[in-house]
Design a binder for this molecule. Structure first.
Ligand code: F6P
Length: 343
């Protein structure tokens, strides 16, 4: 029997509640272990804010979006500076193993704690699908489904008005949502952070489509898409808490430039947080449940310093150190596949 700590860090995503439920059910029903939830991610651990989690507390969570524990973004530097405080709080609650559920920032923090001697098993989550060493993260399928449905709707209104419709989807460092939603919805153009775009190529594509009699253009733009250096200026959005540079309103700025250069009517839709809200798809419920199950088994077996990962059809363990070494970005072969459907 163990006392397990759980927290959800970073931006929320559909499936977090399903993981919490899975950890609690597995720990309680199969091992007779206890689970303590830390509120609002690492902040709850730093500030000693907890909530007991038993089977009754997770009833009905499988289908609910968001996270019942709350979430917050905390910079990894704060984690490294406050490791002793965190270890004290964990000791106060008699926590044997911590299961942090999160993306790049949360898993990096989990790795730091693990290096400091805390038994940790990480669970990857993010709608962006940019965590390395796992084929997929939960939340991604839901975000792609939402984006696809929205883009399907934009096709008809774009056709009616012979317009260019640009849709900005999430994805700061990786274009997985743009790539999948673009392919699934038959977009004519997809721009991702991994391949800087040339405004002249975009204008040419738009003009050629209208010249050959096509009724409209749908372009999917990842929020992290950037122009080739020296081809178009983007408003600087500063640096985020992880030290990554941000740009703001890429699709809007691209739309204005496109309209100016081609004379075509352009409208822009920014999907934003609607991609992260609401109930998870059945795929994400299943993946989240399997991740929670295997992380809890690993916690009890003493397989610490690991992250659960989907490899093919199986859930495996990979060292946290390897998982956080780099982000998983869109590969050239996936870009080539998408290029086959551009224009
Ligand atoms: O990391 C997930 C994500 O949804 C990104 O796609 C997006 O850039 C970011 O979070 C938005 O963060 P916030 O909710 O803090 O604005």
């Amino acid at each position: 029997m163990l006392r397990i700590g759980v927290l959800t860090g970073g931006g929320d995503c559909p499936g977090l509640n399903a993981v919490i439920r899975s950890v609690v059910r597995t720990a309680s029903a199969h091992y007779g272990s206890e689970v303590v939830g830390f509120r609002d991610g690492w902040r709850g651990l730093l500030e000693d804010r907890t909530t007991p989690l038993d089977i009754a507390a997770v009833d009905g969570l499988l289908t609910r979006g968001g996270t019942t524990l709350g979430s917050a973004r905390v910079a990894p530097e704060r984690i490294s500076n406050e490791l002793p405080q965190m270890k004290d709080v964990l000791a106060t609650h008699g926590i044997d193993v911590l299961i942090p559920i999160g993306g790049e920032g949360t898993l990096t923090a989990a790795h730091l704690l693990s290096q400091a001697g805390v038994p940790v098993v990480g669970i990857p989550k993010t709608i962006d699908n940019d965590i390395d060493e796992t084929d997929l993260t939960f939340g991604f399928d839901t975000a792609v489904s939402i984006a696809t449905e929205m883009i399907d709707r934009l096709h008809t209104t774009a056709e009616s008005h012979q317009r260019v419709l640009l849709v900005e989807v999430m994805g700061r460092h990786a274009g997985w949502i743009a790539l999948h939603a673009g392919l699934a919805s038959g977009a004519h153009l997809t721009l991702v952070p991994e391949e800087p775009f040339d405004i002249e190529d975009v204008c040419r594509l738009v003009s050629e489509r209208f010249a050959r009699g096509d009724s409209h253009v749908i372009g999917v733009v990842a929020e992290g898409a950037t122009p080739r250096p020296g081809t178009m200026d983007l408003r600087d959005g500063g640096v985020d808490e992880y030290g990554h540079r941000r740009f703001t309103g890429v699709a809007q700025q691209l739309g204005a430039e496109l309209e100016r250069r081609t004379g075509k009517e352009v409208r822009t839709t920014v999907l934003g947080h609607v991609q992260r809200g609401g109930t998870p798809t059945s795929f994400d419920r299943v993946l989240a449940t399997r991740f929670g199950l295997h992380a809890t088994i690993a916690a009890h077996k003493g397989d610490h310093g690991q992250m659960v990962a989907l490899r093919g059809t199986e859930i495996e363990l990979v060292p946290l150190e390897k998982a956080v070494a780099r982000l998983k970005t869109v590969t050239p072969s996936r870009l080539a596949e998408t290029a086959a459907f551009t224009g």
